[in-house]
Design a protein around this ligand. Structure first.
Ligand code: GN1
Ligand code: MG
Length: 367
C-alpha cells in the first residue's frame, strides 16, 4: 500500500470530525515520527498523529495513561478560570472504539489535538519572546504541581539521571568502532574533566535538599507554542516525558535551548554561545510564576542545573555517536557528534559566565 494511503487509514482510526484533506510530516523530533493531519471540518481543523518510538518508550500504553491523567488534571484546573491569558492544554483524541491509541503491524500510534492558530520556533527572537518561554514553563509547573506524583508511571527510567548516562558512556567507550578524530578526542576529554561533578543534582536529591516534583522532561523552546495573533505563549506540548523529577532538569533544558541563538542543529559549533540577556528574560518569565513555589535550596542549585543539562545532552549525543547512532534519529553520519559539540560548546560558554549567571540568579531571588 502507498505510504500516504496507509497514513490516511491510520489517521482514520481516530475519532475526528470531517474528512482528511492532507497529512504532512511535522516538527523536528529526534525520537517519535510526527504528522499533522488536516481536516475539512471547521471546528477541529487539524490534529497531530504520532508513531511512538517503542525502542525508547518501552511501555507506550503507560505514556498514554499518564497523558490522560495529567491533561485531565490540567483541564480541571483551567476550568476554574484562567485570567485574561489564553492557555491551552492539548487533548488526547480517542480512537473510534474509545481507545487512546491504535496498534498496527507492531507500531503504536496516537492522536493529539493541535493548538490552533499557534506556532513554535527553534530560536528566540528577543527578550519578550524569551520571557514568554519562561512564563510558559512556570505555568506548566504550576498547573501540574498539585497532581500527586504517584499517579504517574515512570515511563522512561533513568531519564535526566546524569550519572546513569555517564555509566552508559563508560560502558560504550572501550568497544566503540568510531575513529578517534581530534573532535572525538576533544569530546572524550571534555566528558572526562566533568565526570566527578556530574552527580551534583542526584546527590542533592538523595540528600533531600531538592524536592521531587512532576516535571515536563523536555521543555526545549520549540515545544512552547505561541499564539500567531498575540505573539504570547499559549501551550507547552510534547508531553511524553512528564514524570517525577527535578524542576532543575526542566529549567536547564529550557535555558540550554533558549539561550543558544544558533540552535542545537548548527554545524558551526565553535560560534555557539550562551546568551546572558535571554537567560535573564527566560528566568524572569519563569520566576513570575515559580517564585511562589521555589525553595531556597532550589535557587542554590539553579546554576548547576543550567550547566548540567547542556552537558548531559552533549554526553547523550556523544554516547550515541560512539554507540553507532542507536537512540536519536540522525540525518547524516556524524550528526550526533556535531550535536554533541554544540552542547559541549554551550556548556563551556555557561562555565565561562558562571559569575554573571550566578549574579543574575542572586539578584532575582532577592526580588
Ligand atoms: C529528544 O524527540 P525530541 O526532539 O522531542 C529527547 C530529549 C532531548 C531532545 C534534544 C525522550 O526529544 O531528551 O533533549 O531530543 N527526548 C528523549 O533535541 O530522549
Ligand atoms: Mg520530546
Amino acid at each position: 500500500m502507498a505510504p500516504e494511503k496507509r497514513l490516511q487509514q491510520i489517521a482514520d482510526q481516530f475519532a475526528h470530525q470531517g474528512n482528511i484533506t492532507g497529512i504532512a510530516a511535522f516538527g523536528s523530533g529526534n525520537i517519535n515520527d510526527t504528522f499533522l493531519v488536516a481536516l475539512d471540518d471547521v471546528l477541529q481543523t487539524r490534529f497531530v498523529l504520532q508513531r511512538i518510538n517503542t525502542h525508547v518508550f518501552r511501555n507506550p500504553a503507560a505514556v498514554m495513561q499518564n497523558m490522560r491523567t495529567f491533561t485531565d488534571h490540567m483541564h480541571g484546573r483551567l476550568a476554574g478560570g484562567q485570567g485574561d491569558r489564553r492557555w491551552e492544554v492539548p487533548r488526547v483524541i480517542l480512537t473510534k472504539e474509545g481507545g487512546d491509541h491504535w496498534e498496527v503491524d507492531g507500531e503504536f500510534w496516537r492522536a493529539i489535538s493541535f493548538v490552533e492558530n499557534s506556532e513554535s520556533f527553534d530560536v528566540m527572537h528577543d527578550g519578550d519572546h524569551a520571557w514568554e518561554v519562561g512564563f510558559a514553563l512556570g505555568q506548566f509547573h504550576d498547573l501540574i504541581s498539585d497532581l500527586a506524583a504517584e499517579r504517574l508511571v515512570d515511563t522512561l527510567p533513568g531519564f535526566h539521571i546524569t550519572p546513569g548516562y555517564l555509566a552508559q558512556y563508560e560502558a560504550v567507550v572501550p568497544g566503540t568502532q568510531v575513529e578517534k578524530t581530534p573532535e572525538v578526542e576533544y569530546c572524550l576529554q571534555f566528558v572526562g574533566d566533568r565526570a566527578p561533578w556530574c552527580g551534583v543534582l542526584e546527590t542533592a536529591k538523595a540528600e533531600g535538599k531538592l524536592p521531587l516534583r512532576l516535571m515536563h522532561g523536555d521543555p526545549k523552546v520549540n515545544n512552547i507554542m505561541f499564539d500567531k495573533t498575540t505573539g504570547k505563549a499559549v501551550a507547552v506540548v510534547d508531553l511524553d516525558t512528564v514524570k517525577p523529577g527535578l524542576v532543575h532538569y526542566d529549567i536547564g533544558d529550557c535555558l540550554r535551548s533558549g539561550c543558544n541563538l544558533l540552535g542545537e542543529e548548527t554545524a558551526d559549533w565553535r560560534s555557539v554561545t550562551f546568551e546572558l540577556s535571554l537567560c535573564k528574560a527566560i528566568l524572569s518569565g519563569y520566576l513570575s510564576v515559580a517564585r511562589s513555589f521555589l525553595t531556597s535550596a532550589d535557587y542554590d542549585f539553579l546554576f548547576d542545573g543550567i550547566r548540567l543539562i547542556a552537558f548531559e545532552l552533549g554526553l547523550r549525543f556523544f554516547t550515541d555517536h560512539l554507540a553507532g547512532d542507536v537512540y536519536f534519529k540522525t540525518k547524516y553520519p556524524g550528526h550526533n557528534l556535531a550535536r554533541a559539540l554544540v552542547q559541549f560548546q554551550l556548556t563551556a560558554s555557561i562555565e565561562a559566565q558562571e559569575t554573571e549567571i550566578c549574579g543574575l540568579i542572586a539578584q532575582m531571588r532577592e526580588v
